[in-house]
Ligand binder design. Sequence first.
Ligand code: IFM
Length: 452
Amino acid sequence: MDLDIPPGFEFGVATSSWQIEGDVAGRGRCNWDDFAQIPGAIIGGATGEPACDHVHRLEEDLDLLAWLGVDAYRFSISWARVMPQGSGDLSASGLDFYDRLIDGLLERGIKPVATLFHWDLPSPLEVAGGWPNRDTAYLFADYAQAMGERYAGKVDRWATLNEPWCSAFLGYCAGYFAPGRKEPGASLAAAYHLILAHGLAIERLRAAGARNLGIVLNVIPVIAETPSMDAAARHVDGTQNRLFLDLLAGRGIPADVRESCASVTDWAFVRDADNPVLSAPIDWIGENYYTVMRVAEPQAGATATAAIAQDSADIPACPPLRFAPRPPFTEMGWEILPEGIEMALRKITDHLPGVPLWICENGAAVQEVIDDSGIHDPMRIEYFEGHFRAVMRAAERGFDVRGYYAWSLMDNLEWASGWTKQFGIVHVDPATGTRTPKDSAAWYRDFLAARP
Ligand code: IFM
């Protein structure tokens, strides 16, 4: 590919703990282990064991990363692996695993980028109320401090949270994700406490000497398909994007969101004194970009589309509407629109001007052909090419975008979809754990090697 890549631009791949690690016996239980026990919650009844058995295949996976030639690897730390009860004692074996992961990356010249929370909450904390409970935010800060004290100086960049929208609204409003609660008011409290947890953690990480501190959101451009849907689209944008961005920017809950969600919450959990914590200065912000949301006139009986996580049930106090993604689609039913990356970056920089940007996830679940000659995923390569171009165009137009991480290093447990949707550039056989690089992995490797 002929691309004008800014100097120092970082390329990597990303994964998350519950999706790949396995070795459930080696850690405390988490909300996703409990959710997976609910019949029908996860397609095919998949559980966190063995996932990709990453804990036992660590050396092989580190070698895969080195083979790819990535600059950085974004992984998440399982809170329940290092602190099995979610508070109190640390686990020596849990820490040993992350020591080996981080040291193994550094030995191979790959920058470790750690996310502290990618949706897997220790079970005791979920039982105590989960994210709608303010106490969870303080326990998260204690956990963050412990990680900062151990890994400052080794981890190159830290993200407090990954996509708090999903934890809050898919988890507590739609009940589609763990813990499966369908309580719109509680979901707004969860969103607020997640950002509080983030701010508290930033302060503790910085005090522990950790550097390059940020958060990863999934800002999704929201498009009203007709002028009649402007107000509905504003509500979707408010709960999906501006709620998080305004809290981080120190502006509190957006006035229109306060009003449009008044039917489901009295906002009693909001405290004005929290503002400086919620907006603790960050060094960077990550965007996980996959698609856009198109808001169209409702049709009788049609609230959900085939697009996963585009459903009015995900949105607290959602007005009548229909999501209407346009083809081409990925296997998630998500519209493919590379230009949406720039729309998302614009929204972020409008709220948080001057904060450097990273694309922390981007990728696609697509049809693949497996035959004797390999695993062929031309649509994924085409997806990456289109999105690489869009990122570089955004950089040329002045966005301070500094890196791109492909989702994902390997096929893994796609949450409620189980093993039915695959984003990996490396194939993982769920029965044997065997890793086989797909055509897209070879393509990425060649791309990275050919950089000037
Ligand atoms: O697999 C997820 C990941 O955990 C978070 N971002 C979106 C990906 C694809 O759905």
